[in-house]
Ligand binder design. Structure first.
Ligand SMILES: Nc1nc2c(c(=O)[nH]1)N[C@H]1C(S)=C(S)[C@@H](COP(=O)(O)OP(=O)(O)OC[C@H]3O[C@@H](n4cnc5c(=O)[nH]c(N)nc54)[C@H](O)[C@@H]3O)O[C@H]1N2
Ligand SMILES: Nc1nc2c(c(=O)[nH]1)N[C@H]1C(S)=C(S)[C@@H](COP(=O)(O)OP(=O)(O)OC[C@H]3O[C@@H](n4cnc5c(=O)[nH]c(N)nc54)[C@H](O)[C@@H]3O)O[C@H]1N2
Ligand SMILES: [Mo]
Length: 678
């Protein structure tokens, strides 16, 4: 299929997901598109996941739901009342307001915020050229997601952006999935890569997720006790003689400084700290020690109060067993595949356009900083919906309601955040323009091919920023480099021999062709010593412990539960919350409680419960199940407050507490009380 001239169009899913599926699009006589998984794509294998399959054939193509013209606010902020205006009028007004802010208070008074709403390179990274050219301030939204893990693995391994190539799993004897739930967060990685793997699989998760159910062994620690569990596993591995002394002698520094901690951390000690039985700890060690082993650390793992320490401790497993730099061995957190494939990020983002350093605002201080009229006069937001995903939405709403703030939102839909903007600009969806998609698991770059004209007057992000640049009189050539030229340059950088049109046929480029890449094959680590650093002077200089510690979080206060809010099967973050079918499928908002806790708090299955803490309360429906541990509650992230009966989602309960590294989120440390509602 998919010969040139064929009516079927090959493209790639650009969502923030481990899979980056290949897609085939068929234009239908009605004018709409049929969007399906590409049968020839090794990840998709002819199927989209349930959520994307619905949303791409649903709300993404619904002109009633999509934004189709620029809009100017007519009602109060948050009301969602707007009038259509022309592109010229909208961009003219934005140019005037940003220009006035810059003239009066300097470029740092313009705060820009973008994240991973689309991961295609032009619609995400290229838009930074504008941000850099005006020297604007930026929100580091990575701090709401995964920053601590990067800091931790930078200390340990010299970086967290290069992990194992999933194709190397064919040589693995064991796969250890720790704090990740690919059954939701990367459904194809779960269904094919993990379930079909001949390797023994071990899952560490306080919740018995589908990933955990399908594993050979499931360890369910109390949340936030993973560092202690890692030390207990190291004790058991040492007992089995599984430490690789040659590898340690050549490539690891500081083992002697944690030797005593490992010796103390017997499996029985581990059971006491984590709630995982000593027998299971020994069994996990035995499976992990059986041969080359892969370790996948999920992004949830570091959203604990000491999540950075946890990532450093869990990373000790491959380091001390020599599971590095050889087939079937390795560790993974997030693969920066664009960079791995050779893409020059500085070129793409136009780093050289910036002449002043600008300010960076952490996600967890967004509400407070944006609320300050002396600091920011304008806010421009795209590829993210912070009123659904950020901490302290009450304060953020208040900040966005500030009269002296001029807000621009670029969106596909009228999200909670867009409703606060003075000007809303309609973005084209990934089905409507050419681009490239670099994922963060598979070592692959896929084509994003235009399958139809944008809905209404919508435009791709990058086109919007080019036009805005022009309206502001900015004429640096890099701001106006045409899509075709950038795409051709990126293909050159990754060594693709053909043109973008050739890629329309090929669909996907795999790094190293058909052969798995062996990450860290040269055993060169970008740490100060060039080795894996258990003991780190850099950590000390950052005010962090010199070595990873076998620490555990205190259990929740008496009468309280620890609330986990991981990825839902029916959402991609908060995207798709407004798709009618997916909304129906995932209504009402639920909270999962262990039967012991349900009995303790007098809560019955299927009944409404009030879930609250010092910040407020919301009503959720109880699911009673021993899939969650006693003392732990779970409710999926990703609901739009404006679509919930009470006008809030569970981030109402999160005050923005940070964890131990990188000013990053501790959202999985939230504690709540539950009581029968009504
Ligand atoms: N309680 C709790 N909160 C969390 C988390 C948690 O675990 N628990 N997880 C956190 C994490 S990991 C993350 S990454 C954040 C994510 O939170 P968000 O960044 O808010 O989530 P997305 O759904 O990715 O938002 C993307 C928005 O981009 C829009 N979009 C999609 N494509 C385009 C495009 O081409 N152009 C434009 N202009 N817009 C587009 C979508 O319509 C959507 O509204 O949430 C965080 N919040
Ligand atoms: N369907 C879907 N896919 C997504 C997303 C989505 O919202 N929906 N979001 C995308 C984004 S932005 C991200 S960052 C990734 C996140 O995807 P993952 O990396 O898988 O992270 P989470 O879904 O947040 O959580 C994974 C598991 O960690 C467990 N967990 C929580 N606390 C602890 C703990 O203390 N210890 C251990 N061992 N486990 C713990 C949770 O119970 C959960 O089952 O997924 C991406 N893919
Ligand atoms: Mo994320």
């Amino acid at each position: 299929m998919a010969d040139k001239g064929d009516v079927t169009i090959r493209t790639t899913c650009p969502r923030d997901c481990y899979d980056s599926c290949g897609i085939v699009v068929t234009p239908l006589p009605s004018g709409s598109l049929r969007v399906a998984g590409d049968p020839d794509h090794p990840v998709a294998r002819g199927a989209l996941c349930a959520k994307c399959g619905v949303a791409y054939n649903g709300v993404f193509q619904d002109p009633g739901a999509r934004l189709t013209t620029p809009l100017r606010r007519t009602g109060r902020r948050g009301s969602g009342e707007y009038e259509p205006v022309s592109w010229d009028a909208a961009l003219g007004e934005i140019a005037d307001r940003l220009g006035a802010a810059i003239a009066a208070s300097g470029p740092e008074s313009v705060l820009t915020m973008q994240y991973s709403g689309t991961m295609s390179l032009l619609a995400s990274a290229f838009t930074s050229r504008f941000v850099n050219a005006i020297n604007a301030s930026e929100v580091d939204y990575g701090t709401i997601c995964n920053r601590a893990g990067f800091v931790a693995w930078e200390l340990l391994f010299g970086g967290g952006h290069v992990g194992f190539d999933p194709r190397t799993a064919k040589d693995a004897a064991a796969i250890l999935v720790w704090g990740a739930n690919p059954a939701h967060a990367g459904p194809h990685a779960h269904k094919h890569w993990l379930r079909e793997s001949p390797a023994k699989t071990i899952v560490v998760d306080p919740v018995r997720t589908r990933t955990a159910k399908d594993a050979d062994l499931h360890l369910a620690p109390r949340p936030g006790t993973d560092a202690a569990l890692a030390f207990a596993l190291l004790n058991a591995l040492d007992d089995l003689g599984a430490f690789d002394t040659d590898f340690i002698a050549g490539h690891v520094v500081g083992l002697e400084e944690i030797r005593d901690d490992i010796a103390r951390a017997t499996p029985e000690w581990g059971e006491d700290r984590t709630g995982v039985s000593a027998a299971s700890i020994r069994e996990a060690a035995r499976l992990y020690a059986a041969g080359p082993a892969l370790l996948w650390c999920g992004q949830a793992l570091q959203r604990q109060p000491r999540g950075g320490n946890i990532m450093r401790a869990v990373g000790l497993l491959p380091a001390l067993t020599g599971n590095v730099g050889k087939p079937g061995a390795g560790f993974y957190y997030v693969n920066d595949v664009a960079e791995i494939a050779g893409i020059d990020t500085d070129y793409l983002e136009g780093t050289a356009l910036r002449s002043e350093p600008g300010k960076v605002v952490g996600a967890l201080e967004l509400a407070e900083r944006l609320g300050d009229p002396d600091e920011f006069a304008a806010f421009v937001v795209w590829n993210t919906n912070p009123l659904a995903s950020a901490a302290d939405p009450v304060a953020l709403r208040k900040a966005l309601g500030r009269k002296s703030l001029f807000t621009v939102a670029i969106e596909l839909f009228m999200t909670d955040t867009a409703r606060y903007a003075d000007i809303v600009l309609p973005a084209a969806s990934f089905l409507e323009f050419d681009d490239l998609v670099a994922g963060y698991f598979n070592y692959a770059i896929g084509i994003q091919a235009k399958a139809r004209e944008p809905l209404g007057e919508a435009l791709p992000n990058q086109t919007i920023f080019r036009r805005l640049s022009r309206a502001m009189g900015l004429d640096a050539p890099a701001l106006h480099e045409p899509d075709e030229d950038v795409l051709a340059e990126l293909l050159r950088q990754v060594g693709y021999p053909g043109t973008f049109d050739d890629l329309r046929v090929d669909g996907t480029i795999f790094v190293n062709g058909d052969e798995p890449v062996i990450a860290f094959e040269d055993l060169d680590f970008a740490t100060p010593s060039g080795r894996i650093e258990i003991a780190s002077e850099k950590a000390e200089s950052m005010g962090l412990p010199r070595v990873p510690e076998p620490a555990v979080d205190a259990p929740p206060r008496d009468g309280w539960l620890r609330l986990l809010s991981p990825a839902s099967e029916w959402r991609l973050n908060d995207s798709y919350a407004n798709d009618p079918r997916l909304r129906k499928r995932s209504a009402p908002a639920e909270i999962h409680l262990n039967p012991d806790d349900a009995a303790r708090f007098g809560v019955a299955a299927g009944e409404p419960v009030s879930v609250g803490n010092e910040r407020g309360a919301l009503t959720l429906t109880a699911v009673v199940s021993d899939a969650v541990r006693p003392g732990t509650a779970m409710s999926y992230k990703g609901r739009w407050p404006s679509l919930e009966a009470g006008g809030n989602n569970l981030n109402l309960l999160y005050d923005g507490a940070r964890n131990d590294m990188g000013e990053s989120t501790a959202v999985h440390g939230v504690e709540v009380r539950v009581t029968p509602a009504g």
